[in-house]
Design a binder for this molecule. Structure first.
Ligand SMILES: Cc1ncc(C[n+]2csc(CCOP(=O)(O)OP(=O)(O)O)c2C)c(N)n1
Length: 556
């Protein structure tokens, strides 16, 4: 629908203008029609027409050089886009911000002999600071929010640190002109502000944040040790830190450990919508947390020293590269409410898990029993979720590391051995891993024999990918077991024997504790295997969540 395309492009151009773009250079063509018309119809952009794309791009470069702000330049598909290359290369070498917008054929018209179609993906190679294939989309409020974020991000990326050209490629489908008037514009930030503002490019004045507003800090994976600063900011503000175990911040008087279980209770979640959210580090895995943040009406500020974007739902309105400073007094009741609920939820979870040896119980046990000098490496996919949900609050927690950049189950054993290689003699490395992930990187165990390293492997063996039993695909019975859950029936004692590791299978909580303690005090690599059942595991989780709901309902 052209209306959808034009609605999204109108929002995109609105955001370019809000982000400080004041000039757009056009060149003629058909495929680029929606882009050109949307730029020309945006009243805050001065549109400059050129016949030759090479001239258009160098003209935009001149505007950007003179103003220090990126100019947009647009062309149609095919060699038109190639004619931007000299100016894009000059902008890269000379560090000039540019927003390069190329129209393209949609995927079904590529490599099939359609006219004026070349491969435009990453056309400018390393000269473009950022390339993004925009895709074709139906309009929705979420997609419009994303388009606004994309425009703001393009401008900020072109300016931040080493400035340079950013290339966005827009596949566009016919019909290319509107057949009905556009409805009035939808939501945008008030007072002409951009959807996402950045202080990252000009951090000379530290941002301040006031404790008089009710806020939360969401602390995700962070390996730089910023938990101390996060904790003291939170204490000063009187804000809870919803602390993922991989943040290091699940400790101290402001930390909240059980936010995943807490925010599953929709009434509690709705009643505790904050006014401000400070998001530090990666966005945690928890679905209830992510959904709560997406629904929230709070102002959301992201802090990332590397300028990484951790905002899949397009709700962040401000980006900082350092933690803000505190101003104003705190409201002690707000933090108290969160901490009291966290305590109650922690107790309810433990009571619901009882003394059975279950996967969540293993996460609780590791959280309580590992020495503070240990490093726990956690595999995707249920182990990382169980550690996030069940790992308790503790003054001196062990360090928790996980490969959550791309969430792969591959290479986890080898990563744990790498961690062990860098550990001091008294620092134990413990790996919590599922059976499929262990089978995937079973060859990684060779490091145990060849490199003489100490690792305690806690293996949750539920014979397949237990995560998938939580998902709707588990109902697709014709293919689920064989092609999704992938049970294998492996006897890991043979793998242990092959690679020279100790191996113990444990059936109850007492023997798990004993085996863990033994493994931790024995040199070399040990596998402590906890057998499980995927269906029973889902039931154990549901019982725990139900117990939390009942506790919170009882407290109301
Ligand atoms: C390299 C890679 N392949 C496939 C996946 C998809 N995947 C996610 S979880 C999972 C199963 C994990 O099973 P297991 O390690 O036994 O852990 P459990 O889910 O039982 O806790 C798979 C295959 C992935 N994340 N990474």
């Amino acid at each position: 629908m052209p209306t959808d395309t034009y609605l999204l492009l109108r929002a995109f151009c609105d955001e370019l203008a809000r982000s400080g773009v004041a000039h757009a250079c056009t060149s003629p063509g058909s495929r680029s029609t929606p882009l050109v018309l949307s730029l020309v119809r945006e009243p805050r952009l001065r549109a400059w027409s050129h016949v030759d794309e090479r001239c258009a791009a160098f003209f935009a470069l001149g505007v950007a050089k003179a103003t220090g702000r990126p100019a947009a330049v647009v062309c149609t598909s095919g060699t038109a886009a190639a004619n931007f290359a000299p100016a894009v290369i000059e902008a890269h070498e000379a560090r000039v911000p540019l927003i390069v917008l190329t129209a393209d054929r949609p995927p079904e018209l590529r490599e099939v002999g359609a006219g004026q179609t070349i491969d435009q993906l990453k056309l400018y190679g390393s000269a473009a600071k950022w390339f993004f294939e925009v895709g074709t989309h139906d309009w929705s409020p979420e997609r419009e929010r994303w388009m606004r974020t994309l425009a703001a991000r393009a401008v900020q990326t072109s300016l931040e640190r080493r400035p340079g050209p950013v290339h966005l490629n827009f596949p566009l489908r016919e019909p290319l002109v509107l057949d009905e008037p556009l409805p009035p514009p939808g939501d945008a930030r008030p007072d002409g502000a951009p959807w996402v503002a950045s202080s990252a490019a000009s951090a000379a004045v530290p941002a301040t944040i006031s404790g008089t507003r009710r806020g939360v800090i969401v602390a995700g994976r962070d390996e730089r040790g910023s938990w101390r600063a996060v904790g003291s900011l939170a204490e000063g503000l009187g804000w809870p830190v919803l602390a993922d175990a991989t943040s290091g911040a699940r400790r101290g008087p402001a930390a909240v450990a059980h936010y995943d279980a807490l925010l599953r209770d929709e009434d509690w979640a709705a009643a505790h919508d904050p006014e401000v959210v400070l998001r530090v580090g990666d966005l945690p895995t928890s679905k209830p947390l992510r959904a709560w943040l997406t629904r929230s009406r709070a102002e959301q500020i992201a802090v990332d020293p590397d300028g990484a974007w951790q905002d899949p739902d397009g709700v962040v309105s401000r980006r900082l590269d350092v933690l803000p400073q505190r101003a104003g007094a705190a409201d002690p009741d707000w933090l108290y409410t969160w901490r009291a609920a966290d305590n109650a939820v922690g107790e309810a979870l433990e009571a619901a898990l009882g003394a059975d040896l279950s996967e969540p119980r293993v996460a609780v046990e590791l959280g309580k029993r590992l020495p503070s000098t240990a490093t726990l490496v956690v595999a995707s996919s249920m182990p990382i979720r169980d550690v996030e949900t069940f790992f308790p609050l503790r003054d001196d927690p062990p360090r928790v590391l996980a490969n959550r950049g791309a969430n792969g189950i591959d290479g986890t054993v080898s990563t744990a051995f790498g961690v062990a290689a860098a550990a001091a003699p008294e620092e134990r490395t413990v790996l919590l891993i599922g059976d499929v992930a262990l089978a995937h990187d079973v060859g990684g165990l060779l490091a145990s024999r060849r490199l003489n390293l100490d690792v305690t492997i806690v293996l949750l063996n539920n014979d397949g990918g237990g995560i998938f039993n939580f998902l709707p695909v588990s109902g697709e019975t014709d293919a689920f077991e064989q092609h999704v859950a992938t049970p294998h029936g492996l006897d890991f004692s043979h793998a242990a024997a092959l690679y020279g590791c100790d191996h113990r299978r444990v059936d109850d909580l007492g023997s798990f504790r004993t085996a863990l303690d033994t493994a931790l005090s024995t040199p070399g690599t040990s596998i402590v295997e906890v057998p499980g059942d995927r269906v029973a595991n889902v039931a154990a989780h549901r019982r725990a969540w139900d117990a939390v709901r009942a506790t919170l309902a009882g407290a109301r």
